[in-house]
Design a protein around this ligand. Sequence first.
Ligand SMILES: *Cc1c(COP(=O)(O)O)cnc(C)c1O
Length: 434
Amino acid sequence: MDTQKLALFGGPKTIQIEFKRYNPLGHEEVQAAKEVIESGVLSQFLGVWHADFYGGPKVQEFERQCAKYFGVKHAVTVNSWTSGLIAAVGAIGIEPGDEVIVTPWTMSASATAILHWNAIPVFADIDPETFNLCPKSVEANITPYTKAIMVVDIFGQSADMDELMAIAEKHGLKVISDTAQAPGALYKGKHAGTLAHVGGYSLNYHKHIHTGEGGIIVTNDDGIAERLQLIRNHAEVVVGDKGVTNLSNMIGHNFRLGEIECAMGIEQLKKLGDFVESRQILANRLTEGLKGLRGLRTPVVKADRTHVYYVYPLILDLEELDVSRDHIHTALQAEGVTVSKRYQNIHLLPMYQKKQAYGSNGFPWTSDICHRDVSYSKGICPVAEELNDSTYIGFGMCVYDLTDKDVDLIVTAFHKVWANLDVLKLNGSVANKV
Ligand SMILES: *Cc1c(COP(=O)(O)O)cnc(C)c1O
């Protein structure tokens, strides 16, 4: 058999094994969870003004450890990072109808957290190299109604925080950092997520460290921290007895994380540095192996920051390749490389296209609280749209526990596909049908 023949056209498949799934949990987490279960106290929160308003011993210990690790004054745990984002938008005092600038190249919750408070998401475009919010586009989208910027550290690398914070300061805006995918990433020596007014991390099953579900909010602002704790835990009942007079957004929820999750989180946090480092080593090996393949751009990591590779992003130069992304994607998949094409263009989701969120009459966009007609049309974020439509492919680095040999197999598969680009081009119609 011709070993160089693409698997797509009947040749041998490069990767015949299943890569081991990433599992960050070990004996320590099992032991920690077991101790909590045996204590019988799985959550010690009380939704009233009482010592237990702040949760039980594991919640408080995990929060202390997180604050120390990330180098912030306050860490507030929540039952998901989606809850964390909602709490953060409420805590910074967003009012109905306020505009918050957000990236379309993110998980949907970055924007729905804004809508949750009946505020209006406004999508700015992204930087074509880092995929994070483009400061120029952010500035171009500021109106008299803009109150905040939702920055996302996508795929594992911090956004341009100095530039974005300078814009925020100039216009009197608050900044939230959605660092769900980048715990442990550094920006000028500081932890990503800690450079905004409020930020944080996801602890869901897919992320670098996890407790099943969960989230950690971080801030250096005492007032924001108090409001986060109130929104997490039935604010409306607590404010009176606690003596809180600013009642704006003091609608509380139950966003409380349990004792088991926090006990596991304490152990997970100790391992974060090692997990991140092992992914960086694998990603560097992959980059080394893919270097020199024409028309393929490996991840761009800015000199003043580190990348923790939740996703390993690649960009195709279609002019140079003269083969479509679909063909390359199909050929790589057939070789056993589970790359994804596309990521997210959340401004194009039906909810934004139809402007229908709360109820069926277009609230909040059709209501008086909305100051202007905000556009979600295709074309408002050309960089993010082009990436999604034609040039981006990504590899979920955090899905697997890869070995060096696994990475080398991935590299071999890419080289094989690249050696066959002319065949792929000629037989494109076949590739299309697969
Ligand atoms: C995972 C993720 C979230 C949501 O986190 P959950 O803990 O699953 O609620 C938000 N934003 C981004 C960028 C994410 O990757």
